[in-house]
Design a protein around this ligand. Structure first.
Ligand SMILES: Nc1ncnc2c1ncn2[C@@H]1O[C@H](COP(=O)(O)OP(=O)(O)OP(=O)(O)O)[C@@H](O)[C@H]1O
Ligand SMILES: [Mg+2]
Length: 244
């Protein structure tokens, strides 16, 4: 049996849960409600790539580039020097879309194709091996039908796999429900799902983390406690040992 090379996320317990990392070239949904840490975990995945000589590109479809820099700048793992050195690129998807003259609310099939090609070409040109779209939910909103969503994610997945680029797509879902995507399509096309949740405990809202699926590798499905700090960004701790 051959195993695909792994893309180490650099988030320790996640890599061990995945028997070494995400199979390279996978397309992974990072799902969860508001404020659970989707953007932070995804950015950390990109900046950790630098340790492995892998360039990263972050397409934002929710916050402005300035806001991303300001908020992520609060974590030690984020350094604007990475942008200057070209190891990390942050791109505003809607600015590109405007410049291409695409419809601001809803895309037709041709416009969806143009956007897909632009994302693919930028990734290729930059030589990025890690990519994030934050969020796929807001991009899907502009695709008019479930078929268009399926087609878009499928094509994106195949072309990025061919580039051996590992992709994280953040997916916004309502809080405290077991739902992985807004349009019920994204989760079936994605190779993997990482689910960030929250649970109320002693008047506090704790963040949790679970690998729901990851094609091409054996993996655990244990629930972890996810903490966030300026020093270490996102960290996982086993739920059973976390004393809750
Ligand atoms: N420097 C920091 N240290 C520790 N925690 C922080 C820091 N900065 C932000 N946070 C926490 O991170 C949360 C936001 O995380 P993040 O933006 O990654 O979540 P998200 O799931 O992407 O949210 P959204 O659904 O709004 O996109 C904040 O609500 C705050 O609790
Ligand atoms: Mg976010």
């Amino acid at each position: 049996m051959t195993t695909r090379p792994r893309c180490q996320t650099g988030i320790e317990l996640l890599d061990s849960e995945l028997s070494g990392g995400v199979p390279q070239g996978s397309i992974v949904l990072v799902s969860g409600g508001s404020g659970v840490g989707k953007t932070t975990l995804s950015m950390q995945f990109l900046t950790n790539g630098v340790k492995f000589n892998e360039k990263g590109v972050f397409f934002t479809a929710t916050e402005t580039i300035d806001k991303i820099k300001r908020f992520q700048g609060g974590y030690n793992f984020f350094d604007e020097k990475l942008i200057k050195s070209g190891e990390l690129s942050i791109i505003d998807l809607w600015s590109i879309s405007d410049r291409l003259g695409l419809h601001p609310e809803r895309y037709n099939l041709e416009e969806a194709n143009i956007l897909f090609e632009v994302i693919r070409d930028i990734t290729k040109e930059l030589g990025a091996k890690r990519l994030v779209i934050d969020s796929i939910t807001s991009l899907c909103y502009r695709l008019q039908t479930k078929e268009m969503i399926r087609d878009f994610i499928f094509k994106l997945g195949s072309s990025l796999t061919a580039l051996m680029c590992t992709t994280f797509l953040t997916s916004e879902v309502p809080p405290r429900v077991f739902q992985y995507s807004q349009y019920d399509i994204e989760e079936f096309i994605a190779d993997g799902i990482l689910f960030l949740g929250d649970i109320e405990r002693k008047g506090d809202l704790l963040r949790t983390f679970q690998v729901v699926k990851m094609r091409g590798t054996a993996h655990g499905r244990s629930k972890y406690v996810l903490t966030m700090s300026s020093k270490n960004g996102v960290e996982l701790a086993p739920m059973l040992k976390s004393n809750i």
